[in-house]
Ligand binder design. Structure first.
Ligand code: ANZ
Ligand code: ZN
Length: 819
């Protein structure tokens, strides 16, 4: 037998070759049939490249290589999302400056990425923490600011008292600080926002035209949360007017009280002196609860009476105003008209605080007694106890109530979104500084574009301690107002890293461009991104932000497209022996160990083989050996049976082998296209089995050498995208001097797929009774089965006994029956 496949040498050799020959460099300005394929770049944090990255990047590259062989010019860039909390937290934990730790992590990860053997064009790499990059992130901020799409406003933020810092939502775990585990409170602070809500309708409508996973489009739809309803105005007794947002105007006559979100700015004004102590205590209590807790249906309802009343716009009744944390300040108007008879939360609240329940909707012909109700009646029905609206069905009645209110000037149709404007400022160090100078007389003034980037100073104590770290650097903070020349101060906040990643795909095309964020010609040629691959955990953050930024820039005439990512695929999650991989379980697969042992191709193929790409799979240390065997079988087949002195010839293949080959081509082509790598690999394994079968046939039925050579050639081409190093190595062995990825992907000959059929006559007791068409190579047992199941045959068999069944291959099946 032959020696072992020397994967280490082979893989190193080809990676060197690709690098030396600049195989993946693309002339972006001239390329034809251009195809931009993108993966989600990584944070260079201390965890380095883990299996999740590999699962994202390896298979995505296989898809790209397949497309390259189909004749596309591939642009497949890679870079680093190097600002942000993961890098900063790593730096804090290890006491190194983030600039330094980021640098060494990037260097290390670059080496790991190279082992994947992907077609990355490193000349186009970007690092979002480099001044050449964040200069343009700042430009993006200013562009939005100048068009009123960025603004500053007071907003509640997650605040950890013990760390003395603002936390991102992701850092809050069930109401507690991820780092110190102390409770997180809400605190009002002045923050920067991007006006994503202006694009809510567009972002919603745009989802219909995207080739994205259904689940992700649903998540975005729910996240945007468009809700149609009515704004209804109530007058506060002896004070202002307020609006509520309701989706059920048909229940207006059933309102028995009104609830303000505790943090609503009017609460302080309307609360009576007697109630103020209770009210203010409750407001403080609410700060310690997050929205998930507050809206949980499990929790018992809490709240406090304010001592104030509103006047019902139609009945003139006086209704008490309460505050309760189940009403959120950030949704609708932050005030709810409570209808306990028809809303579950209001019902629970009313029962707890003994507030009246008034039924105004019933099923036709039924009667509901409020004192006997155990839950709210939330279905639509017919209006009752509603004056002139009695008898109307909910939907029509709701519409008429709204129209009636509109005539009185006390209401109008309204649309509300769950989506909030994007809070982009962070009181953290490791991010792009916000390019604004605050001036006493001019307010917030943009830093002039020619002064960008506003450099992030290195000399800053970045440990979190209650205010933006940059504020402690006097030199950084001092600035003159670009407008009036007076002394001003810089904005000490930095931008959320999701701002960096909201536009990175544009920069990849020309990462070193100095006077523009991107090259409009290249952008026209290459964008939008044809294929994006990355984790579904980004469904509502990154993927929504990037869509918003593209739409915002489009609306300003700066981009020709509205949607950045035409087609999106999510890789699934890899578990190990059924468990999620985690440090605490100690079951993390370290790619590096397996790479040394099995090589990059096997590692990549094993991940692709484990399960459906979108769903993920379960890693097993023994499972990978099956793929190693497959790789070795491919390698040995070529080494042993390919005869370079004979030219490959398709015509020399036996029909059935040829059919299997074309079936494989057909299926593999279809499967890779759809990211169905596991099934594609199964087909390739079957093809390899067929090769091993035919070479063992006796001399006279073995395919001729030219035919076998052809078969092996096709095998190598089909395997290449899955195992790029092996593909190149074998291609060279087959006598070629150029890269296999410059070859054309094999096409399926539909005709070869036809199974040859023959007609078989069925005789019963010597008489021809039926005939059937079956494949030429049908198995005898299978033929007998088919014959016996024929309706005609069954008729002749019923009540009789089959005595004999004779098969004359290719011609006849003869049955002898007796009664
Ligand atoms: C009266 C009413 C009667 C309501 C009824 C529902 C049923 P969606 O569909 O999610 O948009 N609501 C409005 N603002 C709120 C806030 N800030 N916090 C908590 N709840 C709020 O929900 C709209 C409904 O949620 C509104 O319609 C309001 O309650 C409540 F039989 O008004 B409804
Ligand atoms: Zn000024």
């Amino acid at each position: 037998m032959t020696e072992r496949y020397p994967h280490q040498e082979v893989e190193a050799k080809w990676r060197r070759h690709w690098q030396e020959t600049e195989s993946f460099r693309v002339d972006l300005a001239r390329a034809q049939r251009q195809l931009y394929t993108l993966v989600m770049f990584s944070y260079p944090s201390g965890d380095r490249l883990h299996i999740g990255h590999w699962y994202n990047y390896g298979p995505a590259d296989s898809w790209a290589r397949f497309k390259k062989m189909q004749g596309y010019t591939i642009f497949e860039p890679m870079g680093f999302d190097s600002f942000g909390l993961p890098a900063e937290n790593y730096a804090i934990k290890h006491g190194v400056h983030p600039a330094k730790s980021t640098r060494s992590n990037i260097d290390f990860i670059t080496g790991q990425l190279n082992q994947i053997g992907a077609m990355y064009d490193w000349d186009h790499a970007i690092e979002t923490s480099s001044p050449q990059y964040y200069k343009w992130t700042q430009w993006l901020f200013l562009t939005l600011f100048k068009h009123d799409l960025a603004y500053q406003s007071e907003a509640p933020v997650n605040w950890c008292e013990s760390c003395g810092t603002v936390l991102a939502n992701e850092q809050v775990h069930e109401g507690h600080c991820e780092r110190c585990e102390n409770p997180v409170i809400r605190k009002e602070m002045k923050q920067w926002f991007f006006r994503i809500t202006s694009f809510a309708d567009e972002l919603l409508a745009g989802l219909d035209h995207l080739d994205w996973p259904e689940k992700t489009r649903k998540l975005q739809t729910n996240w945007i949360g468009r809700s149609e309803g009515t704004h209804i105005t109530f007058k506060i007794k002896g004070s202002d007017e307020i609006d509520v947002f309701t989706t059920r105007p048909d229940t207006l006559y059933g309102v028995t009280y009104v609830v303000f979100a505790p943090e609503h700015p009017l609460v302080e004004k309307v609360a009576s002196d007697e109630q103020w102590a209770d009210v203010s205590e409750y407001i403080t209590l609410t700060r310690s609860r997050n929205e998930i807790e507050r809206t949980s249906t499990e929790r018992e309802k809490t709240g406090v009476f304010t001592g104030a009343y509103v006047i019902h716009p139609l009945t003139g009744a006086e209704l008490p105003i309460w505050i309760a944390d189940y009403v959120l300040a950030s949704y609708g108007t932050g005030i709810v008209m409570a209808v306990p008879a028809h809303d579950e939360r209001d019902f629970e609240f009313a029962r707890k605080f003994d507030l009246p329940v008034r039924v105004v909707i019933t099923q036709p012909g039924t009667f509901l007694d409020p004192s006997l109700m155990e839950t709210a009646f939330t279905e639509p029905g017919v209006m009752v106890n509603s004056s002139e609206f009695n008898g109307l069905p909910s939907s029509e009645g709701g519409r008429l109530v709204t129209e009636h209110l509109a005539r009185l000037g006390s209401g109008e149709q309204a649309v509300t979104y769950r989506l909030r404007d994007w809070l982009i400022s962070r009181q953290r160090y490791w991010g792009a500084p916000i390019p604004i100078i605050h001036c006493e007389s001019c307010g917030p003034v943009p830093v002039p574009e020619e002064e960008l980037p506003v450099l992030l100073p290195e000399d800053v104590d970045f440990r979190p301690r209650g205010k933006a770290p940059l504020a402690t650097n006097k030199q950084f903070m001092a600035a003159t107002c670009p407008q009036c020349g007076e002394a001003g101060r810089r904005d000490p906040d930095t931008m959320d890293t999701f701002v960096c990643s909201s536009w990175y795909y544009l920069r990849y095309l020309s990462p070193n461009l100095e006077d523009k964020p991107w090259d409009p010609e290249l952008v026209k040629r290459w964008l939008p991104v044809a294929q994006y691959v990355g984790g579904s955990e980004h469904a509502t953050m990154h993927l929504l932000y990037a869509r918003f930024i593209a739409r915002a820039l489009h609306s300003l005439g700066l981009l020709h497209f509205q949607e950045p990512f035409t087609r999106l695929v999510h890789q699934g999650i890899i578990t190990r022996d059924g468990d999620k991989m985690s440090k605490s379980r100690g079951n993390i697969v370290s790619p590096d160990d397996f790479l040394t042992r099995y090589g990059s191709d096997v590692f990549r193929m094993y991940m692709m083989f484990m399960g459906d790409y979108g769903e993920g799979g379960d890693w097993s240390d023994t499972g990978i050996t099956g793929i190693e065997r497959f790789r070795n079988r491919v390698w040995r087949a070529v080494g042993e049976w390919y005869q370079p002195e004979v030219a490959p010839a398709a015509a020399e293949l036996p029909k059935e082998t040829n059919r299997i080959l074309h079936y494989t081509i057909q299926q593999v082509t279809r499967d890779i296209e759809q990211f169905s790598f596991n099934t594609a690999l199964s087909r390739l394994m079957e093809l390899v089995n067929e090769i091993y079968r035919v070479v063992q046939l006796p001399e006279n039925s073995r395919p001729a050498t030219a035919g076998l050579n052809f078969l092996l050639t096709r095998l190598v081409q089909l395997v290449a995208p899955f195992a790029p190093h092996l593909g190149e190595e074998l291609w060279q062995q087959l006598g070629h001097e150029t890269s296999i990825f410059a070859e054309t992907w094999p096409t399926c000959d539909e005709q070869a797929l036809q199974v040859e059929e023959q007609t078989i006559v069925i005789q019963i007791n010597g008489k021809v009774r039926d005939s059937i068409s079956v494949p030429v190579d049908i198995d005898q047992k299978e033929l007998e089965q088919i014959v016996l199941q024929r309706e005609r045959v069954q008729q002749h068999l019923s009540g009789k006994q089959l005595q004999k069944l004779i098969v004359v291959p290719g011609k006849l099946v003869s049955l002898v029956v007796k009664s």
